[in-house]
Write a protein that binds this ligand. Structure first.
Ligand code: T46
Length: 140
């Protein structure tokens, strides 16, 4: 399988619109309308212990929207050349992570929830979990 040569600049922060009123807000993500891929899976990270880190891998095919559904955390994106740290702290913002990017998540606030809208079902063979292997694949 070839690894995409996507760069960190291909990952953008999207302001998903929210419907606001005095009783609270609602944000909607609808396939083929608010997101550039079809959602095949939703998962969320929570109860991450203080100082904990998640991620630390890349995907061949999977693309995702990462949303701070509650609280905040940082996402560190790495394309093998450049790195960027992005702070997510609002439920109406999604970070679009395209295939072929190394990502790690840290700096989770207490009670935070990282919700992930994903383009594919879970497949371990879609993961690259070794950073040196990732760097080699990115050079090809
Ligand atoms: C990502 C970040 C943000 C499953 O069985 N099914 C699933 O759909 C997922 C996501 C995980 N798992 C299993 C595989 C491992 O035994 O749950 C365990 C923990 O998964 P992982 O170490 O991949 O968790 P994170 O938090 O490091 O990464 C996850 C996603 O895997 C990944 O796509 O981008 O959240």
């Amino acid at each position: 399988m070839n690894l995409s040569n996507n760069k960190i600049t291909d990952c953008i922060l999207i302001d998903i619109s929210s419907i606001q009123n005095q009783s609270g807000n609602i944000t909607v993500v609808e396939n083929n309308k608010d997101i550039p891929f079809s959602i095949q899976r939703i998962y969320y990270l929570y109860d991450v212990p203080g100082g904990g880190e998640r991620g630390g891998h890349a995907h061949y095919e999977l693309e995702q929207y990462l949303i701070a559904a509650s609280g905040s955390f940082d996402v560190i994106l790495d394309d093998g050349i450049n790195k960027k740290r992005i702070h997510l702290n609002r439920p109406n913002f999604a970070l679009h992570i395209v295939p072929g990017l190394w990502r790690a998540l840290d700096n989770f606030s207490s009670g935070s929830i990282c919700m992930v809208l994903a383009s594919h079902k879970y497949e371990e063979k879609d993961y690259i979990r070794d950073y040196n292997q990732y760097k080699e694949l990115k050079k090809k």
